[in-house]
Design a protein around this ligand. Structure first.
Ligand code: ZN
Length: 254
């Protein structure tokens, strides 16, 4: 009786020890793996390699009406080239692609407010404008833990009432390849390469496959020309512009 009790006790002890050793080993092994893959370093310095040089030319690529099914392709390319862009998202699309919005944030991209339902704000009353913007900000708060710092009015449609109700700076644009209309990747690429200069803000729409295809070509092409691809807020900051609520900004030329 005593002998069998001792055997059970010994077995239990051995088993517990074995588990402990296994756990310790797994911990140490995990640390070694993290060091080898540079995980710890990247956790400590997010975005440190992609700091904006204010003395070098820069362009802000911006995308409206998403996220959509092609947004991921644009994010892949941005990540590949350590570049950033601004995405003016619709509240209804944030609901559909919350993980895409989270990835935008992880990559250091800017997430702006393009209203909830893409209504022409100049046709709404004060409460309607406030609702269209605040509902999307609430969704962003839920998905990424913060509201948008900028808004872009659908159709670029603005009046004094929209400016007053915005409670955010209005991010307009200076280069428009009309990607939604022509849906022609070559045309979009040529238009942007011929027209975009230092300090410009380019508008495109990430819900069209042709716009994603164009962006995949544009990112390396613009970098090759010496441009840094930055967010609208980064561009403003680099040019010493303090963005004001209710004010429209089209470009940030020197
Ligand atoms: Zn739009």
């Amino acid at each position: 009786m005593l002998r069998s009790f001792l055997i059970v006790l010994l077995t239990l002890l051995l088993f517990c020890d074995y588990e402990l050793v296994q756990e310790q080993f797994a911990d140490e092994f995990g640390q070694i793996e993290a060091i080898l893959s540079g995980e710890e370093e990247s956790e400590e310095m997010p975005g440190a390699v992609s700091k904006v040089d204010p003395n070098k030319p820069m362009i802000a690529l911006t995308f409206d009406d998403g996220p959509g099914k092609y947004t991921g392709q644009i994010l892949d390319r941005l990540e590949e080239y350590d570049a950033r862009a601004s995405f003016f998202v619709l509240g209804i699309c944030v609901d559909e692609y919350p993980e895409v919005v989270q990835r935008m944030q992880e990559l250091g991209c800017e997430i702006g407010n393009h209203t909830t339902n893409h209504k022409r704000l100049t046709t709404l009353d004060t409460q309607g404008i406030v609702d269209e913007l605040s509902q999307t900000n609430q969704r962003l708060q839920n998905v990424i833990g913060e509201e948008a710092a900028l808004m872009r009015p659908p159709y670029g449609s603005v009046n004094e009432q929209v400016e007053t109700c915005a409670n955010m700076p209005l991010a307009m644009w200076s280069v428009d390849p009309m990607d939604w209309e022509n849906q022609n990747a070559d045309y979009i690429v040529n238009h942007v390469l011929q027209n975009a200069k230092d300090g410009d803000v380019v508008i495109m729409h990430d819900i069209y496959e042709t716009s994603a295809q164009a962006t995949i070509q544009l990112i390396p092409a613009l970098i090759e020309q010496g441009y840094q691809l930055v967010t609208v807020s980064e561009l403003a900051e680099a040019r010493g512009v303090e963005l004001q609520d209710g004010t429209q900004y089209f470009e940030f030329h020197k």
